[in-house]
Design a binder for this molecule. Structure first.
Ligand SMILES: *Cc1c(COP(=O)(O)O)cnc(C)c1O
Length: 326
């Protein structure tokens, strides 16, 4: 029996992208977008499906405080804050650095504070030890009489990934003959869940630089979900879109974001969904995805993260030089 709770209205829309398809050399009805950016609560995004399971489990244990961790621009942290607000739970977000060390005190951080979450700044503890810091924070909260529940980085436990088994089934019901699903890979739970629903052959993951070895991370989660032993080497994961690193905005990603925005009015973020679009374009260029193959791009949200990178995007604005006001 699951303790899953509802945090959004499902299904999310499935929309055609004929103008983008044509721009990329595909047939007009080859390319579709599943709008998991439109999950509502707290600005929306893929983490909502996982939180329905993990926060449900937290409530079942009698927790009164949700604790989680991630980068300061974590969409998962923001959506955990929103879920806590919706359910009347306290939320503590464990971030690396100090308030002063955060150059981008904008985007998701603004929303975290609006949503009433408290932040524990972990100082210069290395990113690999953030889970330990979060466990310490939980012990401290317990000593103070709270009942904390720790949700892992990105919400990517086998329990959280269950949300994307459902997401994949929802997708298949909307477009039964789908041949490729393209998705950004961060902590891996989204791709793992999709594999659970649709099998590893159909899922193309684009590594965004959030974990050291995405194939092993995704395979471990998918195996826990499916009770199979999928070989990490059999997964389709592109490693070529990380560029300057997780937090950097790379030129091909900016180009992909501009193409999606200019052809379909779809806004992507520079860390995840923009990289996934750049990976889709690269996969068409090298023949992995071909004309006539029904392809779904999973929009995972992340728009607030764009506002940590406004300067780079702004510099690429096209000015209408010849226009003279009368
Ligand atoms: C977290 C995130 C992803 C990646 O999902 P994982 O399940 O962590 O791999 C993709 N896109 C956005 C916008 C995200 O916030």
């Amino acid at each position: 029996m699951s303790d899953k709770i509802a945090l959004a209205t499902w299904p999310t829309p499935m929309e055609p992208m004929p103008r983008l398809a044509a721009a990329l050399g595909l047939r007009q009805d080859d390319l579709w977008i599943k709008r998991d950016d439109l999950t509502g609560l707290g600005g929306g995004g893929n983490k909502t499906r996982k939180l329905e399971w993990t926060v449900g489990a937290a409530l079942a244990t009698g927790a009164d405080t949700l604790v989680t961790t991630g980068a300061t621009q974590s969409n998962h942290a923001r959506l955990t804050a929103a879920a806590g607000a919706r359910l009347g739970l306290d939320v503590v977000l464990v971030f690396p650095g100090t308030p002063d060390s955060v150059a981008n005190g904008s985007g998701n951080l603004v929303l975290d504070s609006l949503l009433g979450a408290r932040v524990f700044w972990a100082g210069d503890s290395d990113p690999g030890s953030m889970a330990d810091v979060a466990a310490d924070v939980c012990r401290q909260l317990s000593r103070d009489g709270a009942r904390p529940y720790l949700i892992p980085f990105g919400g990517s436990s086998p329990l959280g990934a269950q949300g994307y088994v459902e997401g994949g089934e929802e997708l298949r019901a909307q477009l039964p003959d789908v041949e490729h699903v393209v998705v950004a890979v961060g902590s891996g739970g989204t791709m793992a869940g999709l594999i659970g629903a649709l099998g590893e052959e159909r899922i193309l993951g684009i590594h965004c630089g959030a974990v050291a070895d995405p194939a092993v991370t995704v395979a471990d989660l998918a195996n826990a979900l499916t009770h199979r032993s999928i070989n990490p080497d059999s997964l389709r994961i592109r490693m070529d879109q990380v560029g300057g690193g997780y937090g950097a905005l790379n030129e091909p990603v900016l180009e992909a974001m501009k193409t999606a925005a200019a052809t379909e009015g779809i806004v992507l973020d520079p860390i995840y969904s923009g990289r996934a679009m750049a990976g889709l374009i690269a996969a068409i260029q090298d023949g992995d995805i071909r004309r006539g193959r029904r392809t779904v791009f999973l929009h995972t949200g992340g728009l607030p993260g764009l506002f940590g990178h406004t300067e780079t995007v702004h510099r690429s604005v096209t000015t209408l030089q010849s226009y003279k006001p009368v």
